[in-house]
Design a protein around this ligand. Structure first.
Ligand SMILES: *[C@@H]1O[C@H](CO)[C@@H](O)[C@H](O)[C@H]1NC(C)=O
Ligand SMILES: *[C@@H]1O[C@H](CO)[C@@H](O)[C@H](O)[C@H]1NC(C)=O
Length: 310
């Protein structure tokens, strides 16, 4: 589930992209044209998979307005009224919007394929359920990757062609992991308990990248977390009369933002480790965190409401 308001998400997209593409373009020898985008993740990158997987009698919110209103002029299954970050990435690279894998009847996946499903977790849903955290479905990162592998003969044919396809793609790995934390935080579980999940989430993301490198992957874009303490849902659920718990600049909950930073720092350390192990692979960290925080710090500058109204 998106933890950020879609309007806010749209605004952060442009901020974030301006930084991101400087990174891609300045990666000297790695600078080349991507032939496609292969995407894994949750609602932040879901271009219609949850909708495609849903029963007609039980459609997700993203099947109804205001989702899709301002850009596509009809609901597309995106949890946004406009485009998602992945859509802007596709536009920038001169590629079509990345089609959802699930629910496509005659999908053309030559220039991209998207496995990101809203409310997906990095960790297996059975593992999270055992801990008492309810997951809406079981299409975790591992399941997305498994389905990707199973679909390869249809997507690209021969193993050697698939290696080329994966090697020439920009692989968007996430954002994924936020829901692993969101679900327990929604249930008001203690911070220490949720923190135990961080190394497990990071190692799941790392394993997925490693597996894709083994399959020929050469360029990865890996987003960190969001400032969860600015999310309207958490500001409501975890509200407190102790004003010291709020960041005076943004009105966001400090402890939850620290948690988001912690995840992102751990992720960056792991990405550094992967870079050393795989010097021929280009692994780009995408800082969604600071980009979205800027909206909260300077709302008027970005023509947006403050992220929060405490
Ligand atoms: C996911 O859940 C469906 C039923 O909702 C089940 O048929 C399927 O086997 C499960 N898959 C995994 C990988 O757990
Ligand atoms: C935010 O930006 C600072 C300064 O560039 C950086 O050190 C930090 O890792 C970023 N935070 C996240 C969560 O990416």
């Amino acid at each position: 589930m998106a933890s950020l308001d879609s309007h806010v998400l749209m605004k952060l997209v442009s901020l974030f992209l301006s930084t991101l593409f400087v990174t891609i373009l300045s990666s000297e020898s790695q600078c080349r044209n991507f032939e496609s985008i292969i995407s894994f993740g949750d609602s932040i990158a879901d271009t219609g998979n949850l909708l495609g997987l849903s029963d007609h009698n039980n459609l997700p919110m993203s099947a109804f307005p205001p989702y899709g209103e301002t850009f596509f002029h009809h609901p597309t299954g995106r949890f946004s009224d406009g485009r998602l970050i992945i859509d802007f990435i596709a536009e920038f690279l001169g590629l079509p919007y990345v089609p959802p894998y699930f629910g496509s009847t005659n999908g053309n996946f030559e220039k991209g394929v998207n496995f990101a499903v809203a409310s997906a977790t990095a960790l297996k849903s059975s593992f999270l359920e055992e801990r008492g955290y309810h997951c809406p479905h079981n299409i975790s990162l591992g399941v997305q990757l498994k389905i990707f592998k199973q679909s390869l003969p249809n997507l690209c044919g021969l193993p050697s062609d698939c290696r080329d396809m994966i090697g020439n793609a920009l692989i968007l790995m996430g954002e994924i992991g936020a829901n692993d934390y969101n679900f327990p935080f929604f249930q008001l579980r203690p911070l220490d308990e949720v923190k135990e999940l961080v190394p497990l989430v990071i190692s799941t993301i790392s394993s997925a990248i490693t597996e894709l490198i083994g399959m020929g992957g050469r360029t990865f874009l890996v987003p960190g977390g969001f400032p969860l303490g600015c999310s309207v849902a958490f500001l409501t659920l975890h509200q407190t009369s102790n004003m010291e718990e709020y960041d005076p600049l943004t009105g966001c909950l400090k402890w939850l933002n620290k948690f988001g930073e912690y995840h992102s720092e751990q992720l960056q350390e792991e990405l550094n480790r992967l870079r050393k192990l795989n010097p021929h692979v280009n692994i780009i960290y995408a800082d969604y965190y600071n980009a979205s925080l800027r909206l909260g710090r300077e709302p008027s500058k970005h023509d947006t409401c403050p992220l929060v109204a405490v």
